[in-house]
Write a protein of this length. Structure first.
Length: 340
C-alpha cells in the first residue's frame, strides 16, 4: 500500500521538502558521529602525550592506552593510577572530559542499537500480525494445507522461535554466552581459572571494576582496548532489556499484551465512545493501545486533536491540499524566524 508521501511524490514542493528534511536529518546524524570520533581521537592523543612522555606520568604506550580506555569506560580497575599531585590534578579534569566523550559516543552507539532493535521488533510484529491474519482468513491454514507442502522447522528455527516467545530466556542466554565466550578468551590469555574469566567479564561489563582481577599481559591489555567499550554497551543494553521485561515494558511483552486484548461484546461496545453504533479506526486503535497499556488516553486525544487541526477541510484524511497548506505555514514561519 502506498504511503501518503508516495501518493504525493509527483508534487514538486512536497517531494522537495521531504527530501530536504531527510538530508538534514542525515547531515545532523553525520555531524554528531564526526564530533564523537574527533573527540575520541583527541582524548587518546592528549592522554598519550600526558601519560607517556613524562608530562604527568611515565607509563608505557600499552599501559597508557589501557589506562585511558579503563578511564573512558568508567570501569576503573585501579591497577594504574596517578602517582603525584600534579598527575592527580590533571587526571581530575581529564576524567571529566573523558566522561563527556563517553556520553556523546555512547548515545550515538545506543541510538544505532535502538534503531536496529526497533526495526527488528517492527518486522516481528508485522510477521505476527500477518500470520494471525492468514490464519483467520484460511481457517487456521486448512484451506492451503493441500496446496503447499508443510516444511517442518529444523532445530535452529525452533530455537529462534522459542527465544522470541521468551525474551527473559533470550536475554539470559545472551549474557551467559557473552560471559562464557569472553571469559574463556581471557582465561586462556591470562592463564586464569575459567571462573575468574567469567567473573572478570561481568564485573567489567557492569563497570563495577573492583580491580582484584585484571589483564596483566600485553595481549590482554590490547584486547581490552576493544573489549571494554563493547562489554559496557552490551551488558548495559541487556540489563536494560531485562529490567523492561520484568517491569512489563519490553516490546515483545507489549505486542503480546496488545494481541491478547479481550474483544468480547462488552469490549466492542466500549470502543464506540460516541454511541453512534459504529466503531471508527481511531476508536479501535485508542481502545486497543490504552487497554494494553501502550499509550494513555490523554496522549491519544492530543494526537487526535492535532490531526484534526491539520485536517483543514475536515475530510478525515490529510489530503494533498492539507499538506501543501502545512508546508506553506511552515515556510512562512521559517521565513519569519530568519527575517524578524
Amino acid at each position: 500500500m502506498a504511503t501518503a508521501i508516495d501518493r504525493f511524490a509527483a508534487d514538486g514542493e512536497i517531494s522537495a521538502q521531504t527530501k530536504r528534511d531527510e538530508e538534514e536529518e542525515k547531515a545532523q546524524r553525520a555531524k554528531k558521529i564526526r564530533i564523537a570520533i574527533f573527540s575520541l581521537v583527541a582524548y587518546f592523543i592528549i592522554g598519550w602525550i600526558a601519560y607517556c612522555t613524562g608530562l604527568v606520568e611515565n607509563f608505557s604506550f600499552t599501559n597508557a592506552t589501557y589506562f585511558l580506555m579503563v578511564t573512558l569506560t568508567t570501569v576503573g580497575y585501579g591497577i594504574f593510577v596517578p602517582t603525584s599531585q600534579k598527575s592527580r590534578l590533571f587526571t581530575l579534569f581529564f576524567v571529566l572530559f573523558g566522561i563527556s566523550i563517553v556520553a556523546v559516543a555512547l548515545v550515538e552507539v545506543a541510538n544505532f542499537l535502538i534503531e536496529q532493535r526497533e526495526a527488528m521488533v517492527k518486522k516481528m510484529q508485522a510477521d505476527v500480525i500477518k500470520n494471525a491474519a492468514d490464519t483467520a482468513k484460511n481457517g487456521a491454514g486448512a484451506a492451503s494445507f493441500y496446496d503447499e507442502p508443510v516444511t517442518k522447522p529444523n532445530g535452529f528455527e525452533r530455537f529462534k522461535t522459542y527465544m522470541r516467545k521468551t525474551p527473559i530466556i533470550m536475554v539470559s542466554f545472551n549474557l551467559i554466552a557473552y560471559a562464557a565466550i569472553f571469559g574463556g578468551i581471557y582465561a586462556y590469555m591470562e592463564d586464569w581459572d575459567w571462573i575468574d574469566g567469567i567473573y572478570f567479564t561481568i564485573i567489567t561489563g557492569t563497570t563495577v571494576g573492583y580491580g582484584d582481577i585484571s589483564p596483566s599481559t600485553t595481549m590482554g591489555k590490547w584486547v581490552s582496548f576493544f573489549f571494554l567499550p563493547f562489554a559496557v554497551i552490551f551488558v548495559s543494553t541487556q540489563l536494560s532489556e531485562m529490567a523492561n521485561i520484568l517491569l512489563g515494558k519490553s516490546e515483545d511483552g507489549k505486542l503480546q499484551a496488545l494481541l491478547a486484548v479481550d474483544l468480547s461484546l462488552k469490549a466492542l461496545l466500549d470502543m464506540d465512545e460516541d454511541g453512534d453504533g459504529e466503531i471508527t479506526e481511531f476508536e479501535f486503535i485508542k481502545f486497543m493501545l490504552t487497554t494494553a497499556g501502550m499509550a494513555d488516553e490523554d496522549t491519544l486525544e492530543s494526537l487526535h486533536a492535532r490531526f484534526q487541526e491539520m485536517d483543514a477541510d475536515g475530510s478525515g484524511a490529510l489530503t494533498k491540499e492539507d499538506i501543501e497548506e502545512i508546508l506553506r505555514q511552515k515556510a512562512k514561519a521559517d521565513k519569519k524566524d530568519v527575517d524578524p
